[in-house]
Design a protein around this ligand. Structure first.
Ligand code: DX5
Ligand code: ZN
Length: 227
């Protein structure tokens, strides 16, 4: 199974969000990534449960909420209730991470744990069997349109090997700085879900940009199948 594309609406035109999401969906998006920022954990402010609910209404795709906020416990239920299928929290802020992950699952969503680029993989050792997915930040969170930090690809490879060694079904998502040009390197690191924001919504043609990425991933998967 090859990797899938998760367009991040952070770089979308919010005045026509529904149409932008529909375009990405028509291009072959597998899920919709919603970046939630509180101005504390990251310097930027974005959206919350109300926009998540609006996204939920315009698409059948799974809605993936990435919480870049200081107190995720206070908001998990609100995002689940707004229709999030996947909710991820940063290990750097979740003081009782097992409780938070369980609360996400109890609310009926998949629980993800997120690592900033400088946060070691080892911080996952106790939570890995609990988490449904791990989100590796390949930029420092806060803004779209940054450049991918290459060392994170080695981190992804090490995580892939670790998950496979334990025989877990945990999925790996990567987020930040992915473009059509570096997509092959990113896919080769063994990730399952690839977030792309500006490469899709900054392109002026979300449908075409998503389709180009999906085609490239399909070609990579086909090549791997033949080896
Ligand atoms: C960054 C966000 C990302 C962002 C990715 O803090 O978590 O999801 O939207 O945007 P690009 O693909 O432009 O790096
Ligand atoms: Zn994100």
């Amino acid at each position: 199974m090859g990797a899938v594309i998760a367009p991040s609406i952070l770089s979308a035109d919010f005045s026509r969000l529904g149409a932008e999401i529909k375009d990405a969906e028509a291009g072959g998006a597998a899920l919709v990534h919603v970046d939630v920022m509180d101005g504390h954990f990251v310097p930027n402010l974005t959206v919350g449960p109300a926009v998540t609910r609006a996204v939920r209404r315009v698409t059948q795709l799974p809605v993936d909420c990435h919480l870049m906020i200081e107190e995720p416990d206070r908001y998990v239920a609100a995002f689940a209730e707004a229709g999030a299928d996947m909710i991820s929290v940063h290990v750097e802020v979740a003081r009782h991470l097992e409780r938070t992950a369980s609360a996400i699952q109890d609310a009926g969503a998949k629980a993800g744990v997120v690592l900033n680029p400088a946060t070691p993989l080892e911080t996952l050792s106790e939570i890995l069997p609990v988490a449904d997915y791990v989100l590796l930040m390949s930029v420092n969170p806060g803004f779209g349109g940054q450049t991918l930090i290459p060392s994170v690809l080695d981190k992804a490879r090490r995580l892939r090997a670790w998950i496979d060694r334990l025989g877990l079904a945990t999925r790996i998502e990567i987020d930040g700085g992915v473009t059509l040009d570096n997509l092959d390197e990113v896919a080769a690191s063994g990730v399952d879900v690839i977030v792309a924001g500006s490469a899709i919504f900054g392109s002026g043609d979300p449908r075409g940009a998503t389709a180009a990425m999906v085609r490239k991933l399909a070609a990579i998967a086909e090549q791997e199948r033949r080896v």
